[in-house]
Design a protein around this ligand. Structure first.
Ligand code: HGY
Ligand code: MN
Ligand code: MN
Length: 436
């Protein structure tokens, strides 16, 4: 379904309404960037004081467009604008407000703010009679609290709670200070026993639509502002420990050394070599530590992370088997021991065909005649968990140079304006398409 013409209720919105909304969004991304644990950089992790503060600020913006806003039992912030009919279908929009360490200001945040502006637009259309009834379908904006997994290593904690997929084994996860997830819940004012209350059923939930910067270079290279997302890469994350023997850096001959750092370093290069030879398999060693970490001691232990993604779960798992075999060979050759602990896993998510269509139609309405790009997302998103309770669709916005998870992360105000138009079109089309 590609609606070449604008949706009747969105098409009549004055173009400068999108431009002024885009300017508001960009300013608010700057506002939220200042709510951070670190001076001069953006770091906002799950259940932190910054998490509490950003929920307060965004809740006010949700209320400004007529939504009720509340923080759920897992720390997610949800805005709700009910339909006139309490049994009407609901369209959920959203993304996440948490960040990686030293992050950019658009990853996640942009999608939450675009969702709020779509509600503002659709409500104004209803207010000025642009809509037959106050609201034929309900709208929700989910501001998920932990998509990145920065603090506890396990990603998608917030949206997992909403999807009813919480696992009790997660309570004993610890952060860098040894604080458990359970202790962090209590310190934040949440009751671990009540996390199940954040779960919602799929009842009346006809779709989850997320707008997000691409976090890749495809749109920049094509010179296009927007794309439809076809699927989201599956993910597996491991914490690997390598054990050798700490010895004197001067007195230990090479043939006697069991240097854990060198074993880990060879392993990191092996991850790159194996994954780069595969299609849509991406492996990254993002953290590597040597112990005891003294300049004059051969490292007796090394710990490193592996972030492994793939378009298809099977290909990802086959690649993990190849990496494991290679690590066995490397560590055997160096007389080292190694063990990997899996700290995160999420299957690939294939976006719903109808939701892909409404996003494609929304983009088409902004650029009639063009054939919008359809891209695979190697970046993970909350739709990976929400997909178990609702069909998922995603809209990508151009991210110059693909820089993300970095302070230089960027998005153009003009792209945000055209992205808002496309997103609003898609939501209106989905809502109407799913009306009884
Ligand atoms: O890591 C990711 O792909 C996402 O940005 N959390
Ligand atoms: Mn991210
Ligand atoms: Mn993100």
């Amino acid at each position: 379904m590609t609606a070449a013409t604008a949706h009747p209720r969105i098409g009549s919105v004055a173009p400068d309404a999108f431009a002024s909304a885009a300017r508001r969004i960009m300013g608010r991304c700057d506002d939220l960037a200042s709510i951070s644990a670190g001076e001069g950089r953006i770091t906002r992790v799950y259940l932190s004081p910054e998490h509490a503060r950003v929920n307060q600020v965004v809740a006010a913006w949700m209320r400004e467009v007529g939504m009720t806003a509340r923080t759920d039992a897992a720390g997610n912030l949800t805005g709700v604008l009910p339909a006139a009919d309490p049994d009407a279908p609901v369209v959920m929009l959203g993304s996440h407000l948490d960040t990686v360490t030293d992050a950019g200001r658009y990853d996640g945040i942009l999608g939450v703010l675009l969702g709020i502006e779509v509600v503002r637009l659709l409500r104004e259309r209803a207010a000025d009679g642009g809509w037959q009834s106050p609201f034929p379908f309900g709208l929700e904006v989910a501001a998920f609290s932990d998509e990145e997994g920065t603090r506890f290593g396990k990603a998608l904690l917030g949206s997992s709670a909403v999807a009813g997929a919480w696992e009790d084994g997660w309570w004993d996860l610890t952060d860098a200070d040894g604080i458990t997830l359970r202790e962090a819940y209590r310190a934040f004012g949440l009751d671990p026993e009540r996390v199940g209350e954040a779960a919602r059923t799929s009842e009346r939930l006809v779709g989850y639509l997320e707008a997000h910067i691409e976090q890749g270079v495809e749109l920049d290279r094509r010179g296009e502002p927007l794309a439809v997302v076809s699927s989201i890469a599956s993910a597996r994350r491991f914490q690997v420990v390598v054990e050798g023997e700490a010895r004197h850096a001067g007195g230990t001959p090479y043939d006697m050394r069991r240097d854990a750092l060198l074993g880990a370093s060879e392993a990191a290069l092996a991850v790159e070599r194996i994954c780069s030879s595969e299609h849509h398999i991406i492996g990254t060693v993002g953290r590597l530590e040597a112990f005891p970490g003294a300049v004059n001691v051969v490292p007796g232990e090394a710990r490193f992370s592996i972030d492994l993604r793939g378009e298809f779960d099977g290909a990802r798992d086959a690649t993990w088997a190849r990496i494991s075999a290679e690590l066995d060979a490397i560590m055997g050759r160096r007389r080292l021991r190694w063990a990997a602990r899996e700290v995160h896993a999420a299957p690939a998510l294939f976006c719903d065909p109808l939701l892909q269509d409404v996003v494609r139609a929304g983009i088409g309405a902004t650029d009639p005649g063009a054939e919008p790009a359809t891209l695979f997302s190697p970046a993970g998103h909350d739709g990976m968990t929400i997909g178990s309770i609702a069909p998922v669709g995603m809209l990508f916005l151009r991210n110059p140079d693909g820089i993300s998870h970095h302070p230089d992360e960027a998005v153009g105000t003009a792209d945000v304006a055209v992205g808002l138009r496309a997103f609003a079109e898609a939501v209106a089309l989905l809502g109407e398409e799913r009306l009884p």
